[in-house]
Design a protein around this ligand. Structure first.
Ligand SMILES: NC(=O)c1ccc[n+]([C@@H]2O[C@H](COP(=O)([O-])OP(=O)(O)OC[C@H]3O[C@@H](n4cnc5c(N)ncnc54)[C@H](OP(=O)(O)O)[C@@H]3O)[C@@H](O)[C@H]2O)c1
Length: 335
């Protein structure tokens, strides 16, 4: 087992995280499910999964207040106290209570006012058990605020005060391109975006702009919440307390499974398992810094970390995968 771990460690690759000067692992740890809303999840499994990912070279973790109201952050803080490596932790501040995503009529002052941001950042520091946050991302946004994005001026002050190192934004799912003006305006160090075998629209503009501006790109939801792993039958049932019961409501699961089934033979011809193909696709764009699959147990951590290796998708393979893009609009679920 020790030999296998050593082998994995040699395999993990690292990329520049935008212009920050940090090199982060191609595979980061997506920490939503370990906070809750995904059915039964034991803290023991969560901690073991995170330890395993760190053993295998992961040095980037993504979490948020919203993942169990600080529970995911607390688990991460606890695990990191047991480790000696330097790990880059990204968390997120949600807008003050109201519509999700924010309505275009909402005032920035009401949702991301200075007093609110300051007290929320203090809470993030407490939950994580740290005195500086590596990356503070605003969890969602509306393009209505682009003309004068004052919350980022507040976050800049918090940077200068040493509370946070870098600032980012996570795209609103229904309007991911809303953040392009923020990249061009130099407001953000990083953008977190959905880019997967179904959702390929970011390749049109968002990713090229990230490359031009040197903005770090974190890819989330590479498995489309699990569908792109290809493990479910069309009639799979989610537990009551799993947000995917809503995300895949009605005929959504059947449609996602049918689409995935069409990709399976393509993956097989490439000699890749579906989860591997999904992560490699996310990493295939040169603007991408890392991909952050959710990992709920040791097995998933091992499988996902192993995907960072010398095997990259060729341009011919990518052309075949481009045919599987799916403009389905976004399915809000569980938020
Ligand atoms: N708005 C935002 O900013 C936002 C929204 C969503 C996510 N995120 C971030 O992005 C991260 C990734 O997204 P996600 O966790 O929502 O979804 P995801 O990465 O698309 O899917 C993760 C889920 O797939 C299953 N899985 C993982 N590895 C697998 C493997 N090798 N084989 C089979 N199944 C596997 C696990 O669930 P099961 O075993 O239960 O199937 C896991 O929880 C999150 O953890 C979070 O950090 C951010």
């Amino acid at each position: 087992m020790q030999t296998r771990v050593a082998l994995y460690l040699r395999l993990m690759k690292y990329r520049s995280f935008g212009k920050t000067g940090f090199e982060t692992s191609e595979i980061g740890f997506g920490a939503w499910a370990i906070g809750g809303s995904w059915g039964a999840q034991s803290d023991g499994d969560s901690m073991a999964a995170l330890h395993k990912a760190l053993d295998l070279g992961v040095n980037f973790i993504d979490t948020a207040q919203g993942y169990g109201d600080g529970k995911s952050e607390r688990i991460i803080g606890k695990v990191l106290k047991e480790r000696s490596e330097d790990i880059f932790v990204a968390t997120k501040t949600p807008p003050a209570p109201g519509d999700w995503p924010p309505s275009p009529y909402d005032s920035m002052e009401d949702r991301y006012g200075e007093a609110y941001l300051r007290s929320n950042v203090e809470d993030r520091l407490t939950q994580l058990g740290t005195d500086r946050i590596d990356l503070l991302q605003l969890h969602t946004w509306t393009r209505a605020w682009n003309r004068s994005p004052e919350p980022f001026a507040v976050l800049k002050k918090l940077k200068e005060e040493g509370k946070i190192r870098f600032v980012g934004i996570s795209t609103p799912e229904h309007d991911q391109n809303a953040v392009i003006d923020l990249m061009r305006g130099g407001w953000v160090d990083s953008v977190q975006v959905i880019f997967n075998l179904f959702e390929q629209e970011p390749a049109a503009e968002l990713l090229p702009v990230a490359r031009e501006t040197g903005t770090a790109i974190i890819v989330r939801v590479a498995f489309d919440e699990g569908a792109l792993t290809g493990k479910w039958p069309r009639d799979h049932e989610f537990p009551e307390d799993d947000f995917r019961r809503h995300y895949f409501a009605g005929d959504r699961l059947e449609r996602a499974v049918d689409r995935t089934d069409k990709i399976k033979p393509v993956a097989e011809a490439m000699g890749l398992a579906m989860p591997e193909l999904a992560l490699k696709f996310a990493l295939s764009h040169s603007a991408v810094s890392n991909v952050i699959p959710g990992m709920r147990n040791v097995r998933q951590a091992e499988l996902n970390c192993l995907v960072s290796n010398e095997r990259i998708l060729s341009s011919e393979e990518l052309q075949k995968l481009h045919l599987h893009r799916w403009n389905r609009a976004f399915w809000y679920g569980g938020k």
